[in-house]
Design a protein around this ligand. Sequence first.
Ligand SMILES: C[S@@+](CC[C@H](N)C(=O)[O-])C[C@H]1O[C@@H](n2cnc3c(N)ncnc32)[C@H](O)[C@@H]1O
Length: 216
Amino acid sequence: MMVLASEEQARDWIGDAFAPAVRQWGQLERFAAMLVEENDRQNLIAASTIPSLWVRHIADSAQLLCLDRASDGLWVDLGSGPGLPGLVIAILSERPLLLVESRKRRCDFLRAVTDTLDLRYVEVAEAPLERIETRPAATISARAFAPLDRLIALSTRFSTESTRWLLPKGRNAVKELALLPQPWQRMFHVEQSRTDATSRILVGEGRIGAEQRGKR
Ligand SMILES: C[S@@+](CC[C@H](N)C(=O)[O-])C[C@H]1O[C@@H](n2cnc3c(N)ncnc32)[C@H](O)[C@@H]1O
């Protein structure tokens, strides 16, 4: 797989992979601009990544859609921060999205973007994940949210037999996976990231039952 090496390549890849409508391109551009602007007020993304925003954040988020199965069910993004990957997925897929984020200022930003872009099918849940009412998720994503075992422990109640788990885990993906109990490990496979040769994405399938916890 070719790793995206420039902003131009990232935009070209998004165009080829998702054929966004003019409106969706406009929404992506506006979201990118709002992200950069808001980053002066609160620390949302590392300033060093702004020159490569489309590779590091937009395409990095969008690639998860290629790993999902075609579905129109609820997509839950955990620890969404400024909407990565959640808002990029929302713009490109137009699926119902639940963005879970505990910090008020980040949620204010998420609401400002969803209002500005008129993303009516996106819901912002401003609370710790532990306090969110359980809902069955077709897809669960989490980027830079929590260590894998904690992430699963906190979110397994949202999963069903057919839930797709999409977990970008950087260069420690394989190591983190190996630390899980065996029955959990078997539910995941590892995919190469399109945006970083050393990063991996854990892709899982199904419900991680409490009965499997602790079995190694
Ligand atoms: C490192 S940031 C990553 C944000 C975003 N996913 C990204 O990749 O840029 C982790 C986010 O998770 C949120 N968070 C941490 N623990 C949480 C919890 N228990 N419930 C909801 N959000 C949480 C933090 O407020 C923060 O915005």
